[in-house]
Design a protein around this ligand. Sequence first.
Ligand code: HEC
Length: 370
Amino acid sequence: MDRETGQLLSAEKFGTRVNWASHYDLDSGRPVLTPGADYPTEPFMVYPIGVGSHNWHPMSFSPKTGLVYIPGQHIGGELSTEANFKMEENVWNTGVETSLPLHNQQLNSTLGKAFVNGFLLAWNPLTQQKAWQVSRPYIGNGGVLSTAGQLVFQGTIDGFFTAYDAQSGTEMFRFEAGNGIVGSPISYAVNDTQFVSVPVARGGGISLISGSDLKPASANGRILAFSLNGAAALPSSKQVDVFDAKPPARLTADDAVLERGLQLYHRYCNRCHGSGVVSDGSIADLRYLNAAWHDNFEEVVLNGMMVAAGMPRFDQVLDSEGVFAIQAYVIDQAHQAYAMREGNSLWLAIKQTFYDLLAWCLLTLDELAQ
Ligand code: HEC
């Protein structure tokens, strides 16, 4: 926009795929919707889904290169109007159904990797074109800093702090931070030393809900600061040790109950504990609950045993049967995660080859359908 008059000057698509509108009408300042995108009667596969091609993570402009640096992401999802919508107090309820993950965790993770990813985009606002782009394997990466020294810094949700040449996009620096980064770097000088610092920790809506199979990491954050002649070693942080935990016995093998558990879980729990019961580690990953939590599952979920720690109670919308279904689904997912860690590796590899092929076919079909 023109900063003095507010007149709209440019509104080009910068996302990997944007299908809800064909373009912005520069005179009215309104998007021109694609027919069906409003999903009033039919479901619509919308790109990007609600979290957007760019969310809150700050972007940056460099007057030196004239480029804008955008922490972007690519994720679509099917939206439809919820049948028989009834307002429920205090829980997520928007009247919109979204597509759910499948029971099969290995397949979910494979499809997630194929269809959902992030990027760091250098965009030329004058030509309204991409200058360069770096791919990220996951969505929800950190904010961006561009410096007078012509570097662009960004942390990633999978635990790297990176820097690129602002003009060319060539990678100049990569540091393994030991935990995900969703915050933004800053730069400052003390005496004659220039520092770049960044908060290191997961958390925040996208990171919590995304269900990306990141390595479990400490819920505690820390701040790292870098300088050209810095020599400190990174102190180790407390890691969440989950991999010994053997899940309790399955509660049921009844598919109808597990399916109900999946639906209720994604209605009431996934925003904090992660889609497909895959958490980012900043709130408990329910696949790794120990026996004491499973014994008190209903107490926690219905009766508010953990309210003081930020875990809401759900007795206004759930009953014992619903909680049982959720717990059965959670334990089922825990078994799948356990099998993926400890199971027969040849069998897992065979399945993986098949799933990779399936993901490739679906991606190809999806591209052909464009
Ligand atoms: C608004 C966010 C939020 C939602 C929604 C939510 N939880 Fe939690 N849950 C938490 C937090 C925070 C904790 C406490 C984590 C901690 O410090 O141990 C927690 C803890 C738990 C625990 C105890 C394990 C532990 O380590 O504390 C269970 C079991 C649990 N949640 C199940 C559920 C189920 C099932 C649902 C859906 C019906 C759900 N939660 C929805 C935030 C949430």
